[in-house]
Design a protein around this ligand. Structure first.
Ligand code: NAP
Length: 301
């Protein structure tokens, strides 16, 4: 079977991305061939390509970016149980997503519920899983008023929906263009930037915080607004969060199963900001890097 992939042979800007045809062999033991229908783009994709992770987790060149896809099983290799040709599935890994078709380990697959589409399904593991982990790590529930920094992005918008579903009041930061969107998913919007602490204080006391943006200003606001910093967590660990003693989000073991269920129930929905052909992955990187997304970017193979 002929397929196409986006790959890189050196770390760098989106310019290092290249496209090539590739032959997909018969799936090996424990593998299935998946035809991807939607590939989700996350900031970690361009961070890996830029080499930001190379100290802790270097890639082997040539490498294919991307963590998560949703598609249909085309062939099943020896020793695979529980999956059949035609099954709709979600794949989650570290790299390798930016492909039209791929052989993947069946152990890295999750069944896709029939009532969510491929774009929603592909968006669940990273943004959904991180948001779910953050919300549960600090025990968000009824009685909480949670400040979510970067509430309109992939992680932030999922955290808004998961926290409100648990009965919390949510105040979310975003640029003004995204305020109606935040209100539509259940958050009270506030503008980030100078005066953030005063604007949030005017809405009432904060009991917990999830940072899906990071940096000095978000951390400073969290420190001033959250009385007990054990109830603050960040998806963007940096020198500011580390100095303040704000915990990094730890991936919850049950996160994938949990977010698939929340999506199936209609509790968690992603807004798709952009649909971009796989061949234009560099454009997707530029948009993600610009950092003002409402929801998710999906690559269409
Ligand atoms: N630790 C983990 O496991 C993990 C997992 C997933 C993601 N992450 C990290 O979490 C971060 C967010 O990921 P994502 O996928 O949600 O990104 P995203 O979809 O690109 O969202 C970024 C959001 O940041 C907002 N933003 C921009 N400038 C801001 C500012 N000055 N203050 C507050 N918010 C601002 C934007 O809102 P406006 O458009 O309204 O400006 C945008 O919605 C990334 O750094 C990513 O690498 C970490």
């Amino acid at each position: 079977m002929m397929s196409v992939k986006i790959y890189f042979e050196e770390y760098g800007s989106p310019k290092v991305l290249q496209q090539a045809d590739e032959t997909v062999a018969e799936p090996g033991t424990g593998e299935v061939t998946i035809v991807n229908r939607a590939i989700s783009v996350n900031p970690v994709d361009w961070k890996v390509v830029a080499g930001y992770r190379k100290e802790h987790r270097p890639v082997q060149f040539p490498a294919v970016p991307g963590n998560e896809t949703a598609g249909v099983i085309e062939a099943v290799g020896p020793g695979v149980e529980g999956f059949s040709v035609g099954d709709e599935v979600i794949w989650y890994g570290f790299t390798g997503a930016y492909r039209a078709q791929a052989n993947v380990q069946a152990s890295a697959l999750f069944p896709k519920p029939a009532n969510i589409d491929f774009e929603q399904a592909a968006s669940l593991p990273v943004a959904g899983g991180t948001a779910y982990s953050a919300v549960h790590q600090i025990g968000i529930g009824i009685g909480d008023t949670v400040l979510i920094h970067g509430a309109a992005g992939g992680v932030g918008s999922a955290a808004v929906q998961i926290a409100t579903a648990l009965g919390a009041r949510v105040i979310g930061t975003a640029s003004e263009a995204n305020h109606p969107y935040l209100a539509s998913i259940g958050a009270e919007p506030v503008r980030y930037g100078d005066g953030l602490v005063e604007r949030v204080r005017a809405l009432g006391p904060i009991t917990a915080s999830i940072d899906a943006f990071g940096g000095a200003a978000s951390v400073a606001a969290t420190v001033q607004l959250v009385p007990d910093l054990s109830r603050a967590v960040t998806a963007v660990t940096d020198e500011h969060s580390t100095t303040a003693g704000i915990a990094a989000v730890v991936a919850a073991a049950d996160r994938l199963a949990a977010v698939v269920k929340l999506a199936e129930q209609g509790t968690l929905r992603f807004t798709i900001a952009e649909r971009i052909p796989l061949a234009d992955a560099a454009k997707a990187f530029e948009l993600s890097h610009a950092g003002h997304l409402r929801g998710k970017i999906i690559l269409i193979p």
